[in-house]
Design a protein around this ligand. Sequence first.
Ligand code: BEZ
Length: 219
Amino acid sequence: MPGLTLGDTIPDLEADSTHGIIKLYDIIDDSWAIIFSHPGDFTPVCTTELGKMAAYAKEFEKRGVKLVGLSCDDVQSHKEWIKDIEAYTPGCKVTYPILADPNREIIKQLNMVDPDEKDSSGNQLPSRALHIVGPDKKVKLSFLYPASTGRNMDEVVRVLESLQKAGKHKVATPANWKPGDPVVISPTVSNEQAKEMFPQGFETADLPSMKDYLRFTKV
Ligand code: BEZ
């Protein structure tokens, strides 16, 4: 199956949603966006995930990110389901739109189909896919999880911060990086350039190769 992947431009889809008929580009505008799919309404893991996403909505808003959920059931079902989601995660309000996709067109175009999951009528179901899309409408990062594994919203915030830092400075984030930890300077930046670009300074790891490619700084 052809699949939307890193660097691809997402299509400007029109869909019915809990906010009415929407076009993806109108919702995203010039912002970052997180588009995340769920296998189905009134299912246990999905109910916890949508509540957690709502609970983290302020974190995403602070970082200039629009949220768009998707489940294949219809809008009436989504609206009923939101009552359960908000009751299960007290204090959360599902203010982001949830797209409906009864004909499974959107999940195909956004590479969100789980080949192993079918509903009782044999229809395809979405995986737990999550695309982080930049203001240029290109996919910057994707998760593809199976139905059995709920996503961790701290991880979503972590990778978003990494992407936004890398987009702003010539840096990357090392293994197990957390927001606030030092970042590494991109290997495309020479030491001379790094002195100018990072006046706060940087530390170079001593390595057996004596090569000075592992340089840490704070941004
Ligand atoms: C769930 O959300 O718990 C779920 C949905 C579909 C298949 C398995 C689990």
